[in-house]
Design a protein around this ligand. Structure first.
Ligand code: NI
Length: 173
């Protein structure tokens, strides 16, 4: 497995719609494993392939608590087949918008269909943190960041803060 660099906004690759996976084969499985290692290394709970510069409909998630056993989930081509009418406002962050947080409204519960590690079709019902995380990661496959759900004013404020933070850092090669 390998740790991959995580793209930070504004990067055009984060705004691009990801390509469908034809089959979960060895190459996609390796991508899923590398993404999980990258996510754990960055102390994230979810990561989408476009965030590591790969235009594929792949996401990985682990919302297990610090004192629980790891519970990695690997999904290809996730689709929302049902979403609750009930919505809730919850705070989100993103590895591609480091140290920025804002409240986003999303359905409380969703049913997701996806291809698993064995290329089998699966469905799960997800609510709480898992439901939120899946919806956030699926947005990345459409080129959507959580700030795109906010008003222009709030979004620009966050993007400006990010730019400022980046200018203050020494150049990395
Ligand atoms: Ni994100």
């Amino acid at each position: 497995m390998a740790i991959m660099p995580i793209l930070v906004a504004p990067d055009p690759r984060l705004k691009t719609k990801a390509k469908t996976v034809e089959k979960v084969d060895g190459e996609i499985r390796r991508l899923m494993d590398d993404m999980l290692e990258t996510m754990y290394n960055a102390r994230g709970i979810g990561l989408a392939a476009p965030q590591v510069g790969v235009s594929r409909r792949v996401i990985v998630i682990d919302v297990a608590g610090e004192d629980e056993d790891p519970n990695p989930i690997r999904m290809a081509n996730p689709e929302i087949v049902w979403a609750s009418e009930e919505e809730e406002l919850r705070e989100e962050g993103c590895l591609s918008l480091p140290e920025q947080y804002a409240e986003v409204v999303r359905p409380v519960e969703v049913k997701i269909r996806y291809l698993d590690y064995q290329n089998e079709i699966r469905e799960i019902d997800a609510d709480g943190l898992l439901g939120l995380c899946i919806q956030h990661e699926m947005d990345h496959l459409e080129g959507t960041l959580f700030v795109d759900h906010l008003s222009n004013l709030k979004r620009n404020m966050i993007l400006r803060k990010l730019q400022k933070a980046r200018k203050g850092q020494p150049a990395t090669v």
